[in-house]
Design a protein around this ligand. Structure first.
Ligand SMILES: [Zn+2]
Length: 334
């Protein structure tokens, strides 16, 4: 149910008449009044469309639904077009619609057909489409901000519902390399720590894959230790890597633990990311107790920045000065 045979359109007549009191004709008054009408308008519209489709279906010999008790799919009678109320979450807000119920003429079994008409699983109150939209908003912003933005545009969806959507959609997401895109990617820790005791001392790790038409796509996400534990990031993609005609080229910070997890499984060309070299050198200088931003320190870092050709990314004034000193022709940074 849900679609007509041969995809033929069904025309729904929808007249509406509302009485609404407004104290002004200015823009915000009209918008506010409309938001008051919205729930009723939505509910009426859903009800009209559902009844329209159900009537059409009842006029056909063979139904697209079957009696869940005896399997009959031809003979039914209407029980009610306005039965027990049920709630569903639209993009804008929760609405209450009256359920449509039919009765099997063969065995007398009564059943609701509302969710079948909506293309929803029985008992479910949040359609997948609503779930995914809320999850995307919730993933791009804090739950509180998501709720606020929603309210600004007339939604009435609370932050708990947004949170729940993020959890449910997130648990079904699976990242891996795409065999149809480039055999080329980058893996790195994000430095974004994970809040919560069980994951303390860990960060979010990401594998991105280059796309054929330009741009990148996320091909792996994992929570792991600051140094190491790349296994899970690549585990799911090993077969995809094997299927590429060219060896997979991976750009990394040079973390050797990446090799450990892939050893003997696939051939991967690894290129150390230039950006990381001067930054990892700073860590080594610190371990060797070289005074930060001292003469020696600045010399090493400035030279490395120059060698790695990442001039535009230098953001430390002292390092910039040291680079100018070591290379007098260098006066402008592009
Ligand atoms: Zn039956």
């Amino acid at each position: 149910m849900g679609a007509t045979p041969q995809g033929k359109d069904i025309t729904i007549e929808f007249d509406c008449q509302f009485r609404v009191g407004l104290s002004s004709s200015n823009f915000s008054s009209i918008m506010r009044a409309f938001l008051m009408l919205l729930p009723q308008l939505l509910e009426d519209f859903f009800q009209k469309v559902l009844v329209g489709f159900a009537e059409h279906e009842m006029g056909l010999r063979k139904k697209s639904f079957v009696c869940t008790a005896c399997g009959n799919d031809t003979e039914f009678i209407w029980k009610t077009r306005h039965g027990k109320p049920t709630t569903i979450l639209t993009w804008f807000r929760w609405i209450t619609i009256r359920q449509l119920q039919v009765q099997c003429k063969k065995c007398g079994h009564k059943q609701y057909v509302t969710r079948q008409l909506l293309g929803m699983e029985s008992m479910k109150r949040v359609p997948d489409e609503t779930r995914r939209k809320l999850a995307l908003v919730g993933a791009l912003s804090s739950y509180r901000v998501s709720e606020k933005i929603g309210k600004m545009f007339g939604w009435a969806v609370d932050k708990m519902t947004i949170w729940k959507s993020v959890q449910q959609v997130g648990s079904k997401l699976d990242f891996m390399l795409d065999a149809n895109e480039e055999p080329h990617g980058e893996a790195d820790g994000t430095g974004v720590g994970i809040v919560g005791i069980p994951k303390r001392g860990k960060e979010l790790k990401v594998l991105v894959q280059y796309k054929k038409g330009g741009g990148i796509r996320v091909a792996g996400i994992d929570i792991g230790n600051y140094n190491g534990s790349w296994d899970k990031l690549f585990q799911k993609s090993i077969d995809v890597i094997k299927g590429f005609k060219r060896p997979f080229l991976l750009l990394t910070d040079g973390d050797a633990s990446i090799f450990a997890s892939l050893k003997g499984k696939v051939t991967i060309l690894v290129q150390r990311c230039l950006w990381h070299i001067p930054y990892q050198a700073q860590y080594v200088l610190w371990k060797d107790a070289v005074q930060r931003k001292g003469e020696e320190w600045l010399h090493v870092v400035a030279e490395l920045m120059e060698i790695c050709a990442i001039r535009p990314l230098v953001d430390c004034q002292d390092t910039i000065q040291a680079m100018i000193v070591s290379n007098p022709t260098l006066t402008l940074f592009s």
